[in-house]
Design a protein around this ligand. Structure first.
Ligand code: PFF
Length: 444
């Protein structure tokens, strides 16, 4: 059977969770919201909301041992076929993958250019980055094709030989690179400054925007609302302890985000650079810092961007898997055919996303004031993921037999943990996500 081993599942789910969200996005939003207090809010969001939804996806998947739609139907009290519409969430993964592959392409460019040159000034670094994403269509197409090809190659091989194997290789390598970078950061004077920036809370910096950013980040980083965790858990042997595995994944994911933050802030403070530089933090601020460190700077730059590529690839394969499983099970087609359909879709959408950021085609691919790249990001991360998450909560809280869930949880954990989880999934989490969704829609 094409199933994960327990460690394979933990590594693959951690591989999905640990991605650009941890190493690129987490540090820059932490920087924007002022550090320590934001991190406390983020940790609470992971613990009470992210982990709750993670366990929810895991229990649906492990029980169903099938695709998103079939797993929903089989766990529902009524066995109502309409639960098949829950399968819409697998489309979100394909949309995210489209632009995620483009961003991974930018990083590939950084790996390559880091061998030869690094910009010595922020203005040059900014101009280089701008030129890459808006002017250099040829290179971007090559990079996107390389990334898409790699993802397709891996998933074609299946769960065990493809996904589990790549995670068994890349995750330890990623850990090793980050460990090396952390040791280097520890040797720098600014390390203590980074620690105090990240762990000394100043709650005056926390407003409703920060709360919602923390919640959104908790969702994205744990790969929730796309059916990824559900689909991976469907390949987890039925007797495996899904509670323990889920907690481990959340711990690994959070630790890596914090370590990435410590490394990046140490580097920034060493150079006296700005911590609130936004999305350009990694693409613009860091290369300038590395350029001041001579040969060592090149080595660090290459290691850092390679780590990002590794983290991104293991996330990318997890975004397509829910759609593959959906097509395989619901339409009874081969993995190969499903991969051609889903791979082709995200590849083409990625090209649209890529062109929409360019000078030459940007105008044609801009609708209602947003380019196609931003529209895909908005549709998936701001609309589909929260809607799917709300649906998951309402499904488990109100349309599944409580006794069935209780039995699944208490086989592996205490009654108290189950009671807390059940309360959160019925009341607190759906309300929190509805608030997040309304905010994204500009309604509040
Ligand atoms: N968790 C990934 C990250 O932090 O980069 C992003 C992600 C992966 C989102 C898989 C959604 C998904 F299904």
């Amino acid at each position: 059977m094409n199933k994960f081993s327990r460690i394979g599942f933990i590594l693959a789910a951690a591989g999905s969770a640990v991605g650009l969200g941890n190493i690129w996005r987490f540090p820059y939003i932490t920087g924007e919201y002022g550090g320590g207090a934001f991190i406390i809010v983020y940790l609470l969001a992971i613990l009470f909301i992210g982990l709750t939804v993670f366990l929810a996806e895991a229990v649906i998947g492990q029980n169903g041992q099938s695709d998103v739609s079939t797993s929903f139907i089989s766990l529902s009290k009524s066995k109502n076929e309409n639960w098949k519409f829950a399968g819409f969430m697998v489309a979100a993964g394909l949309i995210i993958l489209s632009f995620y592959s483009v961003v991974l392409g930018w990083i590939l460019d950084y790996v390559i250019t880091s061998f030869s040159s690094l910009p010595t000034e922020a203005s040059v670094a900014g101009a280089n980055f701008e030129k890459l994403i808006s002017d250099d269509i040829g290179s971007l197409l090559v990079y996107h094709t390389l990334i898409a090809g790699t993802v397709i190659f891996i998933v074609l091989k299946g769960i065990k030989e493809g996904i589990e194997k790549i995670n068994l290789i890349l995750m330890p390598l990623l850990g090793l690179i980050l460990f090396g970078l952390l040791i280097y950061a520890l040797s720098l004077d600014s390390f203590s400054q980074a620690v105090s920036f990240m762990f000394t809370p100043d709650f005056s910096k926390i407003d409703s925007h920060a709360l919602l950013a923390a919640l959104g980040q908790a969702f994205f980083t744990l790969s929730l609302g796309v059916g990824t965790i559900l689909t991976y858990s469907a390949s987890l042997p039925k007797e495996a302890n899904f509670v323990k595995s889920s907690v481990m994944v959340a711990i690994v994911d959070t630790s890596i985000a914090l370590i990435a933050g410590l490394i990046i802030f140490t580097f920034l403070f060493t150079a006296g650079a700005e911590s609130a530089a936004g999305p350009g933090l990694v693409f613009i601020s860091l290369p300038v810092i590395f350029s001041g460190w001579g040969v060592l700077g090149h080595v660090i730059a290459i290691s850092f961007f390679v780590a990002l590529v590794f983290a991104g690839i293991t996330s990318a394969v997890s975004m397509i898997e829910p759609a593959l499983r959906f097509f395989i099970e619901r339409f009874n087609i081969s993995r190969r055919s499903a991969t051609i359909i889903c791979g082709g879709t995200f590849y083409v959408l990625g090209i649209v996303a890529l062109l929409s950021m360019s000078k030459s085609f940007g105008a044609e691919l801009t609708f209602f004031g947003k380019n196609a790249f931003d529209i895909m990001d908005f549709m998936s991360s701001s609309l589909m993921m929260p809607i799917a998450a709300i649906m998951i909560c309402i499904f488990l809280g109100y349309f599944v037999d409580k006794k069935v869930l209780e039995e699944k949880f208490t086989t592996h954990t205490s009654q108290t943990i189950f009671n807390i989880w059940y309360f959160l999934i019925r009341y607190l989490v759906p309300v929190a996500i509805i608030v997040l969704l309304l905010n994204k829609l500009g309604a509040i």
